[in-house]
Design a protein around this ligand. Structure first.
Ligand code: SF4
Ligand SMILES: [Zn+2]
Ligand SMILES: [Zn+2]
Length: 320
């Protein structure tokens, strides 16, 4: 609470936006976050009339804030919303988020579905990580999780007739991902990171990130002000990831140089605009095993499943 300073509306200040110096009361803070999200949606046409939007709802604060704000604008955009939670099968971690996701969707009157790794791939993430250890596959839990979850969301979106998949990635997530791609030298992924929905090819439902310009701290504050419980249980695999190191690094820099995360994301947007056309032109094709759109002969999902000795032949053959 900022007791000695006032918001621009004259009320008592509640939140100091360090990167801009703005002081906001509770009401102006909430309005301001919503305004940023709406501006992003409009400017980049993230959602257009008649869209069927599938919201990836983990139950964490980001996806809860996303579904809350999208539910407020649903009618004015004439869109249909539904939510989906991916249950990776992480005992002691996912249950709480799953329960929260169900309650939030129910409260907002939004249809909610749950899909599991076990059903889709025959094994939970825990089992997959165990196989990896036994087989000496040197990939981290987050790598399997990211590849398999992305594919699952896309397949579910296709089956359920979604035209967009909305995810709760915030400014911090995006700045981290950009830095990770640079550290890995993965320029093509950098090109695909912009906020605008891009349809790379048939069989790929565009993903949109309406919270891309809202810092994590503001999302947590918004969720708190709206009365949503914050579940901060940590995934057992998160501490081993490169993302975790990059998160700490960026938080330290941001504390000393406010605005750094914004600068990284805005700079990457410009690079993405310049590179996008080239990438869209050059990357066409399908995975020779599952038929999913892929820039490689064999997609990442098929690659990791075969490394683990998991038979992926029962997975949707998207080319058919
Ligand atoms: S921290 Fe990693 S393993 Fe855990 S849910 Fe997130 S991406 Fe998956
Ligand atoms: Zn105010
Ligand atoms: Zn494949």
């Amino acid at each position: 609470m900022l007791s000695s300073t006032l918001c621009r509306c004259g009320k008592e200040g509640f939140y100091l936006r360090r990167h801009s110096g703005e002081i906001l009361c509770k009401r102006c803070f909430v309005k301001s976050v919503e305004k940023i999200v709406l501006k992003t949606i409009k400017r980049d046409k993230l959602i257009i009339p008649d869209d069927q939007v599938m919201i990836a709802l983990s139950g964490g604060k980001d996806s809860v804030v996303l579904i809350h704000i999208l539910s407020k604008i649903e009618r004015s955009y004439d869109t249909a919303l539904f939510a989906i939670t991916v249950d990776e099968g992480l005992r002691g971690y996912r249950e709480e988020g799953l329960g929260l996701a169900k309650r939030v969707a129910e409260k907002l009157g939004i249809k909610h579905h749950v899909i599991t790794f076990k059903e889709a791939y025959g094994h939970s993430l825990e089992q997959i990580c165990k196989f990896a250890e036994e087989k000496g596959v040197g990939l981290l839990g987050c790598t399997f999780c990211g590849i398999l979850r992305r594919r699952l969301l896309n397949d579910a979106a296709m089956k359920m007739g979604a035209t967009k998949v909305a995810t709760g990635h915030n400014l911090d997530d995006e700045a981290q991902t950009i830095l990770i791609n640079i550290l890995r030298g993965d320029i093509s992924r950098l090109a695909r990171l912009g906020t605008k929905p891009i349809r790379l090819r048939e069989g790929f439902i565009p993903r949109v990130k309406p919270l891309r310009y809202v810092p994590e701290r503001e999302i947590a504050t918004y969720a708190y002000l709206k009365g949503y419980p914050l579940y901060e249980r940590e995934c057992p695999y998160v501490r081993a990831s490169l993302r975790d190191e990059v998160r700490d690094l960026l938080n330290n820099i941001e504390a000393r140089h406010p605005g750094t995360k914004f600068a990284i994301v805005k700079g990457a947007d410009r690079i993405s605009d310049l590179l996008k056309e080239k990438i869209e032109e050059s990357e066409v094709g399908r995975c020779s095993r599952c038929g999913a759109p892929s820039g490689r002969e064999v997609c990442r999902m098929c690659e990791v499943l075969s490394m683990l000795g998991i038979d992926g032949s029962f997975i949707n053959h998207l080319a058919e």
